[in-house]
Write a protein that binds this ligand. Structure first.
Ligand SMILES: [Zn+2]
Length: 456
């Protein structure tokens, strides 16, 4: 299972990467308890530059302040907080750091540092739009120790944040923040943005650490560390994008976002998976953190493995993942052997590696036991499956067979048809309409192809 040669290591890493895609996506939908809400659910506040609002203490009943018009109801603390967030959003999009920092609790030095880091990160990412949804106050959510620290005026609310960057990543990102507000001398401030949250809750990396941002011809790369650390990812992504276009065609964004965390732990927090679960993963494609998963996904690398697979390995891995991005594989209902086999087909195409090398595990099995009875199933791609390598290799050989027996255009057309099919009947029909065959005949042909490649 733990191969020694770099080539097979890539093969292994790819295999696990694919599984994680499915796991992450499933978790995303489960965590949200159903369909992903549309952006229309999130109320976007108009960004205006306004001075801080004088707020009044909640107890005891105060004298009217100079800022309250006589007879007019005072704004609730939620309304005051929304006004604060409006100013903060305006500060982000207009890149006025002082106005942003003016919303932060002056007595909370640690959070002030975090807030400044977040602001600087967003400035590097070049924000086109930044909006807060409706505040959901959570009475009683503040931990006892924090209540003692922040005082009686502190309170907690959840809010959805949506951010869109300028440039070629036009699809918005969305995430929840658990905010805590506090009053100082009658003025409301933000005193925290992940109050009492579990650290494994998925967060964009720009909330986690200081980042750098690089823009390639066909890529946006951001992550921790120096720009020179990020440069190789830009180079590899810019090379990988045209490799995908060569097969898939030009009708996709031809642009990819690559997130480079500091280490595996940060990668796991970024994609919202369990700590320690991604040890053998080189990279994942995910829609976690996107407002419209059907329209946008991005790649998150695991530097502790990705950095060790060599130039060719990185190119193959990124091409595989970018194929998922281009085909919106995070939301597909097609058989997994096709989505993973196709991504491998594109990844290994023209990579200069022989079938005997790329498919060595499954071909060894075939020599001993004959061809598999069926195309690899979802269970075969389970991370705990003993035949994980074999499943990926078998899926790759199925796409190789299709391209060899028909041609590459038919492979792409079949992928598109299966991607569009929404029922088992429609998927069966795709065999007939695109390939003029049946699932049974395809299986028979693939098994003969695999036997032939094994030299049986
Ligand atoms: Zn994959």
């Amino acid at each position: 299972m733990r191969p020694s040669s770099p080539t097979v290591l890539v093969r292994f890493l790819l295999a696990v990467a694919m599984l994680v895609v499915a796991a992450v996506v499933a978790g995303f939908f489960t965590a949200r308890g159903g369909p992903v809400p549309s952006a229309a659910n999130a109320r976007g506040y108009v960004a205006e530059d306004r001075p801080p609002v004088r707020v009044t203490p909640t107890t005891p009943t105060p004298e009217p302040t100079t800022s309250s018009r006589a007879g007019a109801p005072r704004p609730t603390r939620v309304e005051q907080a929304e006004e604060l967030l409006t100013r903060q959003a305006a500060a982000v999009t207009s890149e006025t750091k002082a106005a942003y920092l003016a919303t932060i609790d002056p007595e909370g030095a640690a959070f002030a540092q975090t807030a400044e880091r977040t602001y600087d990160n967003l400035a590097k990412l070049d924000v086109a739009a930044y909006t807060f949804g409706q505040l959901q106050e959570d009475v009683g959510a503040l931990a006892h120790a924090r209540r003692k620290q922040l005082g009686d005026t502190a309170w907690v609310a959840d809010v959805e944040v949506e951010v869109t960057f300028k440039g070629s990543d036009p699809e918005p990102w969305r995430y929840e923040q658990r905010l805590v507000f506090v009053e100082r001398d009658g003025v409301l401030y933000l005193a925290g943005d992940r109050e009492g949250e579990e650290t494994k809750r998925s967060k964009p990396i720009w909330l986690e650490a200081e980042i750098n941002v690089l823009r390639g011809k066909r890529s946006l790369v951001f992550g921790t560390g120096s720009k020179s650390r990020l440069r190789p990812y830009v180079t590899a992504a810019d090379r990988a994008v045209p490799r995908v276009t060569n097969v898939w065609g030009e009708f996709w964004a031809q642009y990819v976002v690559v997130v480079v965390p500091k280490n595996q732990g940060q990668m796991e927090r970024t994609v919202g998976t369990d700590a320690g679960s991604q040890s053998a993963v080189a990279a994942v494609t995910t829609s976690v953190g996107r407002s419209h998963p059907e329209l946008a996904s991005h790649i998150v690398v695991n530097p502790s493995t990705f950095d060790n697979v060599g130039d060719l390995g990185r190119l193959v891995v990124l091409t595989h993942e970018i194929t998922h991005v281009a085909t919106h594989a995070t939301v597909t209902g097609m058989p997994i052997w096709l989505s993973e086999g196709f991504a491998d087909y594109v990844g290994f195409r023209d990579a200069g590696l022989s079938t005997a090398v790329v498919a060595q595990e499954v071909l060894r099995d075939v020599r001993e036991n004959g061809a598999p009875k069926a195309l690899p199933s979802t269970e075969d791609f389970d991370p705990s499956s003993d035949g994980l390598d074999e499943a990926y290799e078998a899926a790759w050989l199925a796409c190789k067979y299709l391209a060899a027996h028909w041609n590459e255009q038919k492979l792409v057309a079949f992928y598109r048809a299966m991607n569009d099919a929404s029922s088992e009947a429609a998927r069966t029909a795709a065999y007939r309409t695109v390939l003029d065959t049946t699932p049974a005949a395809f299986l028979k042909g693939w098994r003969a192809y695999v036997e032939e490649k094994a030299g049986n």
